[in-house]
Design a protein around this ligand. Structure first.
Ligand SMILES: Cc1cc2nc3c(=O)[nH]c(=O)nc-3n(C[C@H](O)[C@H](O)[C@H](O)COP(=O)(O)OP(=O)(O)OC[C@H]3O[C@@H](n4cnc5c(N)ncnc54)[C@H](O)[C@@H]3O)c2cc1C
Length: 415
């Protein structure tokens, strides 16, 4: 039984909101409504590269060990979808964190292999083993080695999102597309409905899952979280003859993530990321949907030859697809899943830290369990909205300063 009887309205039908609705239904909620400001698949999710791994089991990342149960849940969730016949372009080839120098290889090995929750089979590789594992995609002479995380998977994000939306339709969830929520109706400190551009929708429980737009929704109730929206870019190259058995790859020294997609490179990195606010100051127009920043596209093209030093086949390949989205970072590197303080019935899933594909299923499951009064599968305390005092971060510059240890810190500091 839901904690509060009445309709539950999820605002935002990206991977995170769709996951919340999916798990609410799975937990027995019957009256679930999903509203979205745009068309299906119009938000950040289809821009996502589709890497999923145990990224929290790495001292070099800021996610924290509390996120590992969510990653494990996500890995299992996508595997189950795949095994049930959903076409997600799913592959389970592991994830390789590449090092170009011996010093970086030691740092990676310390952070991952010495993590107390390191997954079985995680291993350090020398340059030749990297060459073999990458099935010809990497020039071994250009790397020192890497750390292989065998549990990593890859999938096509738009397909995963569409699969969830289809299952929600099958479960007779009510959708309202092209319907921006403008606020929340609150009576005596308790939510009673969602105000939208098309009128008010009654709801006794509301979940904000509006990605880059969560802050605006929170502000409609005078609430704020320290959130840092960035624009990120992904290119899909012309066909490159890559093996479908190749693992996903990250390389800190190249600020890079890269994977195989239908024989081509799907790749990007912080060389083509920038604060949304900085781009807006330069004239970027961004309402709902996905941004298009030519400056970032140019930056990625300009960087391509650096990546081709390690991945020679990428040299001079054009991009047949370019896609941008707005992941949202948090000041402590974590995720937000919990109730909005002071408003009964209002919940938020926010601050995806560019990992909403990985964490969406777990975030959705956790909020559904909290709403439905079930025992949560993991401790919700590290995800609470009130774990950080927003007053400590009066402006974006103070939020960005807190990201000093983050792999995208440099990109965030460009303004
Ligand atoms: C280039 C790139 C690569 C990435 N790679 C990875 C990766 O490999 N692995 C990984 O885990 N993550 C990755 N990410 C991050 C991941 O894509 C995001 O974390 C995730 O898609 C966020 O999902 P979401 O549901 O919060 O947002 P969205 O998909 O943007 O969904 C939010 C929805 O809310 C709707 N909305 C907004 N405002 C309102 C309103 N007022 N009323 C109603 N609806 C509203 C929007 O229309 C939108 O559909 C990547 C992101 C990018 C951009």
């Amino acid at each position: 039984m839901p904690h509060r009887p009445g309709p539950i309205c999820v605002i935002g039908a990206g991977i995170i909101g769709a996951s919340a609705a999916f798990h609410l239904i799975e937990s027995g909620a019957r009256d679930v409504i999903v509203i979205d400001a745009g068309e299906p698949l119009s938000g950040t999710t289809p821009a996502g590269a589709g890497f999923v791994a145990r990224f929290g089991a790495d001292h070099n990342r800021r996610l924290g060990a509390c996120t590992i149960p969510l990653q494990d849940y996500g890995l299992g969730f996508y595997q189950r979808l795949h095994e049930s016949g959903a076409d997600l372009e799913y592959a389970s080839n592991g994830n390789l964190v590449l090092a170009r120098t011996p010093t970086m290889l030691d740092t990676l090995a310390d952070g991952i292999l010495r993590h107390p929750q390191v997954a079985a089979g995680t291993r350090r590789l020398n340059a030749d083993s990297v060459g073999e594992l990458m099935l010809g995609a990497v020039n071994p002479a250009a790397v020192a080695g890497g750390v292989y995380m065998p549990e990593g998977i890859q999938l096509t994000t738009a397909l995963a999102q569409q699969e969830l939306l289809t299952r929600l339709e099958d479960a007779e969830v009510q959708f309202h597309w092209d319907t921006p929520a403008t606020g929340v109706r609150v009576v005596d400190g308790t939510v009673t409905g969602v105000e939208t551009s098309n009128g008010t929708i009654d709801a006794s429980t509301i979940v904000f899952a509006a990605g880059a737009w969560n802050q605006t929704l929170l502000e409609s109730r005078d609430r704020r979280l320290p959130l840092i929206p960035m624009v990120a870019t992904r290119f899909v190259s012309e066909p490159a003859g890559l093996s479908p058995l190749m693992p996903t790859v990250q390389c800190l020294e190249l600020h890079l993530w890269l994977r195989e997609l239908r024989g081509a490179f799907s790749w990007g990195g912080s060389f083509a990321y920038r604060l949304l606010s900085a781009l807006e100051q330069e004239g970027l127009e961004f309402g709902y949907g996905r941004p298009v920043s030519q400056a970032l596209l140019d930056a990625q093209y300009a960087y391509q030859e650096n990546v081709a030093e390690v991945f020679p086949a990428l040299s001079e390949l054009s991009a047949v697809e370019t896609i941008q989205g707005v992941p949202v970072y948090t000041v402590d590197g974590g995720l937000y899943v919990g109730s909005v303080p002071g408003i009964e019935g209002l919940w938020a899933l926010a601050g995806d830290s560019e990992s909403g594909i990985t964490h969406g299923p777990g975030m959705g499951k956790l909020v559904a369990q909290l709403i439905m009064d079930e025992t949560p599968f993991t401790d919700p305390a590290p995800f609470r909205l009130d774990r950080v005092n927003p007053a400590d971060y009066p402006d974006e510059a103070s939020m960005v300063a807190s990201m000093a240890e983050d792999r995208i810190a440099e990109a965030a500091q460009l303004n």
